[in-house]
Design a protein around this ligand. Structure first.
Ligand code: NAG
Ligand code: NAG
Ligand code: NAG
Length: 424
């Protein structure tokens, strides 16, 4: 089972890489890898062995059509809902799926032919594991809560606006903000309006959406409810790549303008910066009033492969083996990766001062650690101070103690699960 999940992770990370390859880097190779992989058998195998109760049906947002809240291709957005039980009946955990962004008409047009742009192509059932699991041994604090996995189909972290759509035949819908609003109304109407405790979480681009909408989420819930947010592998850095180019900044700038995300972003930040820099968590997270927890590897492979060393920045292939497996990096490359870790810690320093802030920054070569049992909570999962991510997040959520954990630099932590892209 563990093996199958790890294989699923490998498949997913290729997929996530592809989604960013929306960035325009080596898109063909990634698309081919993705389709090749999804036609292999492990996709089916990883679901077949799971207990039936872990498989949760897709629900389409039926209030969405009248409100114009549509996926990139005009289909209805969707989510998977599992009802809470026992002591969790009035508690709600939402998890927003990740998958990069699209920054051009071309990349959004490609994306709408995938599950990240069309509910017609989404799996009808997904398995709930890690932070979404209903098994107390896998998810000790949240197993009995109402749980919702929100599918990502707009390409701009639920922050796009219809005003940005080109009306000249591209047939793309930039409705992320409308999807968010329709989804909130639907969940409130099926019981979330009685929530006593609520937790908005997400991975990667989904974690970015969770923090972008965190205060809005707080405002929609009852005043007496405890409401917190968590961003997993979403602390994207505004760093130069190894050639000194602002690859990520210009990518975000394209997303920001193409999809019209400004109105969904923090007003304080926009009045200070006035531009797409407000999509970077460093710039807006300090203004969030709701408590936030950051789970982020200091050696996030997505950030290393797309921000620090995107393919275009390494035409000689000097970084090729290091990008595939951190154990293959030479001392000089490890020094550069350590510098990237320092940039992350520096970007987090102001957030870290906040009393209510929580963090778990481990030195692993991984991306998104909350949605898989193997990294969230298992005998072999990554730990800092002997606590798993699940235990650390639970301690913070339930005020069992302050949690601001920063690991020593790679390779000091033997509990890491480090992604190996050479393994198939
Ligand atoms: C549609 O119009 C916009 C704005 O004039 C333009 O930038 C874009 O290139 C056009 N797209 C196509 C596919 O013609
Ligand atoms: C990156 O920067 C180098 C110079 O440092 C420049 O020659 C190159 O064209 C830039 N690449 C891109 C994709 O902008
Ligand atoms: C946004 O504004 C800041 C501060 O003026 C500037 O440093 C940065 O380059 C701008 N970013 C973009 C993408 O224009």
């Amino acid at each position: 089972m563990a093996n199958q999940r790890l294989r699923a992770l490998l498949r997913w990370t290729k997929w996530a890489d592809w989604a960013i390859a929306a960035v325009g880097f080596t898109i063909i190779i990634f698309v081919l890898t993705f389709f090749f992989d999804s036609s292999s058998t492990d996709g089916a195998a990883s679901s077949v062995n799971l207990p039936a109760s872990d498989l949760v049906d897709l629900t389409l947002l039926h209030n969405a059509k009248d409100r114009g809240a549509l996926c990139l291709d005009g289909s209805l957005p969707g989510y998977h809902f599992q009802k809470g039980f026992g002591s969790g009946s009035n508690n709600w955990l939402l998890h927003i799926e990740g998958g990069g962004w699209c920054n051009t008409i071309e990349s959004c047009s490609t994306r709408k032919t995938t599950a990240l742009g069309s509910s017609n192509l989404m799996e009808r059932q997904v398995s709930f594991s890690g932070i979404l699991s209903s098994d107390p041994s896998q998810n000790p604090d949240f197993f009995s809560w109402n749980k919702v996995k929100i599918r990502y189909c707009d390409g701009a972290s639920f922050a796009g606006r219809p005003e940005s759509e080109f009306k000249n035949g591209t047939n793309l819908f930039f409705r992320g903000q409308l999807i968010w609003e329709a989804l909130m109304d639907e969940l409130l109407s099926v019981g979330m309006s009685n929530a006593k405790q609520a937790f908005l979480t997400g991975c990667s681009a989904g974690g970015l959406a969770a923090v972008v909408h965190c205060d809005d989420f707080r405002e929609r819930l009852p005043q007496h409810a405890t409401v917190k947010c968590l961003a997993d592998a979403s602390f994207f850095l505004d760093e130069s790549d190894v050639q000194g180019n602002r690859t990520m900044r210009s990518f975000y700038d394209d997303v920001f303008h193409l999809q019209g995300v400004a109105k969904s972003l923090d007003k304080n930040c926009l009045s200070r910066m006035g531009n797409s820099s407000c999509l970077f968590p460093r710039e807006f997270i300090k203004n969030i009033r709701t408590p936030v927890f950051i789970v982020n590897p200091a050696y996030d492979f997505w950030q290393i492969r797309n921000i620090l060393v995107p393919d275009v920045s390494d035409p000689q292939g000097y970084w090729q083996t290091c990008r595939l497996n951190i154990h293959s990096c030479n001392p000089n490359q490890l020094e550069i990766l350590k510098g990237f870790r320092n940039s992350l810690l520096n970007a987090l320093s102001e957030f870290q001062q906040k009393n209510e802030a929580g963090m778990f920054v481990n030195s692993c070569y991984i991306h998104c650690q909350t949605w898989m049992a193997e990294t969230w909570h298992s005998p072999s999962s990554p730990r800092i101070n002997s606590k798993t991510i699940a235990e650390s997040v639970g301690d913070w959520y339930f005020n069992r103690g302050a949690v601001k954990l920063i690991d020593c630099p790679y390779p000091c932590n033997p509990t890491c699960y480090n992604m190996d892209f050479t393994r198939h």
